[in-house]
Design a protein around this ligand. Structure first.
Ligand SMILES: Cc1ncc(COP(=O)(O)O)c(C=O)c1O
Length: 380
């Protein structure tokens, strides 16, 4: 017998109740669907901590990233993109695809984005139309300080677009208080739902910019989605990912029952236990500042061991799915997940499998030291 454990930063494990909610599909032009969509859109406002309208798309998170760029700007507009990992790079790539003038502020993978660089760039380029920041850079484990960036951008005419794909519901995320104009996210991370739907919470400032945009768009036309969603009950312009929305309704119910504050505390505890295990095993973190790096624990592979071998061994021999490195960190790092439907014992299983794989690959450490360190945090 082999049991599978999904412990990646995303997609994350789906609770049984959430999966079961997908079994009986309703029709999307039925009143039942419209009412459910209305409840889900309201529930998303709680998760995003916003009074802004939350738009929904049948796509993975990248669709909402592209939508944000395509709707807010016009070719030739100048935007600032902070890029310190695979997903910051993606915002720059999308912006170039839409013929924007991209000021890409590259920071070291593992470092945190520096708000002083934004202040300087905004001063030197008063015509900036947008600033893009990745909240939780899943490729490195770094979590950026969105609030301080939001304060700076709000004093300019630019819109602030934040990739909250792995951070929403994982660590504190306050769309309105942090002055975020377009917050994008997806279903398959801390929201404990299968992949297939993406969201964009859009502010009035962004809607004003959208009215002037001359970039081409069709499927991700924010106005078309807004128009359908404003019907009573709400609708979608095209066929929605019906059963994923059904699943999300259940997941939001669970999130509300547990409460965001308690969820964030659970994620923090699980991350601290994972960090303790890593330290006890004598391994090194990719993220330099771990004070809020509670979404993904990214770890350098020991010298002489390709991180892909750790990931493969854990998956093929023990059924434990963790993530390897992306982009230029492929083969160099591996990443443990702990947001969404995770509890203490998931961390214990994950660290146990890691220890077994490391041992098999010849890494020298005291067997059980990682598990013990994690347990000390979890039982504290
Ligand atoms: C921070 C971040 N941005 C963007 C993405 C891309 O999202 P998707 O794969 O849902 O398109 C991911 C996925 O891992 C992510 O973690």
């Amino acid at each position: 017998m082999k049991k599978d454990y999904i412990f990646t930063p995303g997609p994350t494990p789906v609770p049984l109740e959430v999966g079961l909610a997908q079994v009986k599909m309703v029709h999307h032009r039925s009143p039942d669907f419209g009412e459910m969509l209305g409840r889900v859109l309201e529930g998303l406002k709680y998760v995003f901590q916003t009074e802004n309208e939350v738009l929904m798309f049948a796509s993975s998170g990248t669709g909402a990233m592209e939508g944000a760029v395509a709707n807010c700007f016009s070719p030739g507009d100048t935007v600032v993109v902070f890029s310190g990992g695979k997903f910051g790079e993606r915002f720059a790539e999308i912006s170039r695809a839409y013929r924007l003038n991209v000021i890409e502020i590259k920071y070291e993978w593992g470092e945190t984005a520096d708000p002083a660089l934004l202040e300087k760039t905004v001063e030197e380029n008063p015509d900036i139309k947008g600033v893009m920041l990745t909240h939780s850079e899943t490729s490195t484990g770094v979590v950026n300080d969105v609030e301080v960036f939001g304060r700076i951008v709000s004093e300019t005419g630019a819109v602030f677009i934040v990739d909250a794909i792995s951070s929403l519901g994982a660590v504190e995320f306050r769309t309105d208080d942090w002055k975020i104009d377009v917050a994008v996210s997806g279903s398959q991370k801390a929201l404990m739902t299968p992949p297939g739907i993406a969201f964009a919470a859009v502010s009035e400032k962004a809607w004003n910019m959208i009215a002037d945009s001359k970039s081409p768009n069709y499927y991700f036309d924010f106005n078309a989605t807004r128009k359908s969603q404003s019907k009573n009950p709400p609708q979608t312009p095209y066929t929605p990912a019906i059963t994923v929305i059904q699943a999300l309704e259940k997941a939001i119910e669970m999130i509300k029952d547990e409460g965001l504050d308690r969820i964030l505390e659970r994620h923090r505890r699980l991350a601290l236990a994972s960090q303790a295990a890593v330290e006890a095993l004598g391994l090194n973190f990719v993220a330099h500042d771990r004070s809020n790096a509670f979404v993904t624990t990214s770890i350098w592979s020991p010298d002489g061991i390709n991180s892909g071998d750790i990931v493969k061994l854990m998956r093929n021999k023990f059924g434990v799915f963790i993530a390897g490195g992306q982009g230029k960190l492929k083969g160099e790092i591996f990443r443990l997940g702990h947001v969404g439907f995770f509890d203490e014992f998931d961390i214990v299983v994950q660290v146990s499998a890691l220890e077994m794989a490391l041992s098999e690959l010849g890494y020298d450490f005291k067997a059980g030291s990682g598990v013990s360190a994690a347990l000390r945090v979890l039982s504290g």
